[in-house]
Ligand binder design. Structure first.
Ligand code: NOJ
Length: 526
């Protein structure tokens, strides 16, 4: 957005969940989104006004965790297209002035990866097994797992193989954790980075960036008193004992990657998905010689409260101030409940979602949007027989399918143009009442959420491009007040209308009649 900083510093990045964005192949579509589908909709993203897109994994994968189980890091799954489709996508995006961030999954591979298959075929103690965390079990005959760790998706984090050894998987059984203490692993990932950088990607989103290294002894975890539900365990952080996460050695990996990224022209970058316990531990991932950004999950987890919003804004800005980075802001992604639903659902949830978005877009740093939030989509209650999330199969909890329902583009009924005119029904069924939420339905309606997002993104460019960082956030009763670059941002999280500050209303998330800011509404005033 401004020339003073590299492009990512204050970019608005749109997250594309590849399976659910747009389905263009084969013809007619098979109900699963793909790379040609994304390419065909790039003009939509340009018109929306974002600066970049982050695409979730499209690599060769058995899709047990919908791409976060990679069998070949340097190829495209036929479900999504080919390497030539990646080239076309990059060329088209760059031609439209959009940057492209791809996903990198370094904590684990798929069990179908050639390394894991070789490990299964090899003896205990072999070099093939040493790329993963194979261990003997405890108890009589080694029939108990080597330690007490749980998988994030529920159940034990260990699975036994026929010769009696166990392997570690912090996620699904099909996602064996790599042993980052083995130098072969680091070398392999440097090759993967270079492979995609050479193809022209602008950056990487690093999956489970606080993972990779485990405490070397693989000791038992001192158990939390109240275990979290699988659905909460993805981003909600508490100060538990965690020998499986956030080990000091992981920072050397990012120092190595930073050197690789810096050796390419064009401000290539990486953003960490690091579920750290505090804003300060998050900031360690973005020290000047490490990654460029980290997702700010503190913002996503903030309850609907002016005091809580002001605190997170102040803490996040302070935590990154020491690094040569900028804060990031994120309200939704493919792992959490969509934010209008989190904020109460229905008209109130949507109004709050729009208000939180408008406040977020005024903050310094960069904002990450999740596909469908510009349409005001809510979390869908996916029927049990249609659920696909591995955590559902391991825990019986509803899981993450409800935020991954394919986008409605046009038409009156499912598949709402998702796979073109004759496309198949999508891989997760869409609700019957989405006709008013399609892109086509919202396109021409100035009151729609889509029109609001377009206006808000244009206003962000016009008002805050090149703005200085200095930001002061406070809570005055139920009112969040943020001052930056001569603009006052107000968000009413209380229950009664409040008078607007003096000045011109640049934009508001809903009508502000009679100089009053209604509850669940935000505005920028200058
Ligand atoms: C975080 C990703 O966002 C999530 O979708 C995935 O299941 C886990 N990492 C495991 O890779």
């Amino acid at each position: 957005m401004s020339a003073a900083h590299p492009w990512w510093y204050d970019a608005v990045v749109y997250q594309v969940y590849v399976r659910s964005f747009a389905d263009a192949m084969p013809v007619p579509g098979d109900g699963i989104g793909d790379l040609p589908g994304i390419t065909s909709r790039l003009p939509y993203l340009r018109e929306l006004g974002v600066d970049a897109l982050w695409i979730t994994p499209f690599y060769t994968s058995p899709q047990k965790d919908h791409g976060y189980d990679v069998a070949d890091y340097a190829d495209v799954d036929p479900l999504f297209g080919t390497l030539a489709d990646v080239d076309r996508l990059l060329e088209t995006a760059h031609g439209l002035g959009l940057r492209v961030i791809v996903d990198l999954v370094p904590n684990h591979t798929s069990d179908q990866h050639a390394w894991f298959q070789a490990a299964l075929a090899a003896e205990p103690g072999s070099p093939e097994r040493a790329r993963y965390l194979f261990r003997d079990g405890r108890g009589p005959d080694g029939a108990e797992p080597p330690n007490n760790w749980d998988s994030v998706f529920g159940g034990p984090a260990w699975t036994r193989v026929p010769d009696g050894q166990w392997y570690l998987h912090l996620f699904d059984t099909s996602q064996p954790d790599l042993d980052w203490r083995n130098p072969e692993v680091g070398d392999m990932f440097e090759g993967v980075l270079r492979f995609w950088l050479d193809r022209g990607v602008d950056g990487f989103r690093v999956d489970v960036a606080h993972g990779l290294y485990k405490e070397a002894t693989l000791r038992d975890q001192v158990r939390p008193k109240k275990p979290k539900k699988a659905a909460e365990s993805m981003v909600e952080r508490v100060l538990n004992d965690e020998p499986m996460w956030d080990q000091p050695e992981v920072h050397d990996v990012y120092r190595r990657w930073r050197k690789v990224l810096d050796s390419y022209p064009g401000d290539r970058m990486a953003v960490a998905e690091a579920w750290t316990q505090t804003a300060a531990s998050m900031a360690m991932f973005i020290r000047p010689d490490e990654l460029h950004q980290a997702f700010n999950f503190g913002w996503l987890g903030t309850p609907w409260s002016a005091t809580a919003f002001a605190e997170v804004i102040t803490d996040s800005i302070a935590a990154v101030a020491a690094a040569a980075s900028a804060p990031t802001w994120v309200l939704s992604n493919h792992d959490v409940e969509r934010h209008p639903t989190r904020y109460g659902g229905g008209p109130v949830g949507l109004a709050r979602g729009r208000a939180a978005t408008l406040a977020m877009l005024a903050l310094p740093g960069s904002a990450y949007l999740y596909q469908g939030e510009e349409l005001g989509l809510e979390q869908v209650d996916v029927p049990p027989e249609a659920r696909q999330d591995p955590s559902w199969f391991r825990t019986g909890q509803p899981g993450r399918d409800g935020c991954r329902v394919p986008l409605p583009w046009s038409g009156e009924a499912p598949p709402y143009g998702f796979g073109g005119p004759d496309g198949a029904q999508p891989w997760i069924p869409q609700p019957a009442d989405w006709a008013d939420l399609t892109v086509a339905a919202q396109d021409a309606d100035p009151g729609s959420t889509l029109a609001f997002y377009r206006r808000a993104l244009a206003a962000r460019r016009a008002v805050f491009a090149g703005a200085d960082e200095a930001t002061v956030a406070s809570a005055e009763g139920g009112l969040l007040v943020v001052r930056r670059a001569g603009v006052t941002v107000v968000l009413n999280a209380g229950s009664t209308p409040v008078p607007l500050p003096e000045g011109e209303v640049l934009i508001s998330s809903a009508a502000v009649p009679g100089g009053l800011l209604p509850p669940d509404t935000a505005a920028w005033i200058r």
